[in-house]
Design a protein around this ligand. Structure first.
Ligand SMILES: [Ca+2]
Ligand SMILES: [Ca+2]
Ligand SMILES: [Ca+2]
Ligand SMILES: [Ca+2]
Length: 392
């Protein structure tokens, strides 16, 4: 982002209560343009640095600027969107951006030829969603594939609370138009509603409610259903696991914050959760990530990966009938560098479940499962995984 000196001066002027752009310039100022000349909801520009004369305004993207081409000298953004300016028509070259800061700014480029209005900064330069590509698995997956095409999918939340479905061919589709920032946990692993389609479970931060969003089978989500009336904020972590009880229904795991106990909430035939069962006596607050990775060790039962906060180690807890078995070390350390661990099944196309992680600058790391519980060395993507707000 270009933050010219003028912008800092403007900031000072606002502090002093000066709201007229003309007062920010040097020398004599003729007719003055006040901030209020630009209507709320618009991005406006003037052809001189004093903000005098006629004013350009728009509340939508403009691929060309007509008589205003190369004329912007002073701008203000009074919209809830980010205004991206480009040196060429059609949103090409020399991008700068302007957020709603309440005061005018001298523009960084004198050759602005197009303006894009977008909800998130990353959209100035790329798509709202990141790039995700996966290979087709040889068999139908029990989890990770929301649209049933044997390719593992990713869901991504952006900074303004929209949800994006990434089917694994590089494309993305908006499946949540907003409001997803209300959740402080979002998990998925298999089918809870018993229609054969993978579902999403979320926890609402303000209320502690647990919601089931039934998958539509095409990557979208149907009308949500309350499956936990409250109290789920007492859990430090929740993980959609797959089937641990052995009844072929997806179950949920949760760690109780006050005790460090690990609870199993069995899925039922109606999409609700049954009476919980204690499967870990304590110490589970020492883990700062739990991920239902599927059957990593190839014994036919779903397993759990957990990251140890104090060591950065990654552990495999093999699924046994109704319980977790003795843990096995998967990663020696360094796993605390990952912001999130994502289990979306077999993306490498060999039929064995794999793992994803997001790291610094929200880069994506891809780890292929060995089929015996462990992971091969990870690959960084050359990614577009920046300025997002979670993936699962
Ligand atoms: Ca898929
Ligand atoms: Ca379902
Ligand atoms: Ca297993
Ligand atoms: Ca695989």
């Amino acid at each position: 982002m270009r933050k010219p000196l003028f912008r800092r001066l403007a900031s000072t002027a606002v502090t002093l209560g000066l709201t007229s752009a003309a007062l920010l310039g040097s020398g004599t100022a003729p007719a003055q343009a006040a901030v209020g000349d630009c209507p709320t909801g618009y991005f406006c520009a003037w052809a001189d640095t004093h903000g005098t004369g006629s004013m350009f305004k728009t509340n939508a993207s403009k691929a060309t600027l007509g008589t205003w081409d190369n004329k912007f000298r002073l701008v203000i953004n009074r919209s809830s969107l980010i205004a991206c300016t480009y040196d060429q028509p059609n949103y090409v070259d020399g991008v700068s951006w302007y957020e709603n800061e309440g005061y005018p700014t001298s523009i960084a480029s004198t050759s602005v030829s197009s303006v894009k209005m977008v909800p998130t900064l990353r959209e100035c330069e790329t798509d709202a969603y990141p790039y995700w590509s996966a290979e087709t698995s040889p068999t139908a997956a029990t989890f990770g594939d929301m649209n049933g095409d044997r390719t593992s999918d990713v869901l991504v939340r952006d900074l303004v609370g929209r949800l994006w479905f990434l089917p694994g061919d590089g494309s993305g589709r908006k499946v949540g138009s907003g409001g997803w920032n209300a959740f402080d946990a979002m998990v998925r692993h298999g089918d809870f509603s018993r229609d054969g389609r993978e579902d999403v479970i979320t926890r609402e931060k303000a209320t502690g409610k647990l919601w089931l969003y039934p998958g539509t089978g095409t990557g979208g989500l149907g009308t949500r259903k309350l499956i936990g009336a409250g109290g789920w904020n007492a859990m430090s972590r929740i993980a959609a696991f797959g089937d641990l009880t052995g009844d072929a229904k997806s179950d949920l795991l949760a760690v109780e914050r006050s005790t460090g106990r690990l609870w199993l909430y069995p899925g039922t035939s109606t999409g609700t959760l049954g009476a919980r069962k204690l499967i870990g006596n304590g110490g589970w607050n020492g883990m700062n990530a739990l991920t239902g990775v599927g059957d990593m060790n190839g014994d036919g039962r779903a397993d759990l990966y957990a990251r140890e906060a104090s060591t950065g180690k990654l552990w495999l807890y093999p699924g046994k009938p109704g319980a977790l078995g003795a843990r096995v070390l998967v990663g020696n350390g360094g796993w605390n560098a990952m912001t999130s661990l994502i289990a979306n099944g077999d993306w490498s196309g060999d039929g064995k479940p794999d793992l994803l992680a997001t790291g610094d600058y929200d880069k994506l790391l891809q780890y292929e499962g060995t089929g015996t519980g462990g992971l091969r060395a990870g690959d960084w993507t050359t990614g577009t995984w920046w300025l997002l707000n979670g993936a699962f």
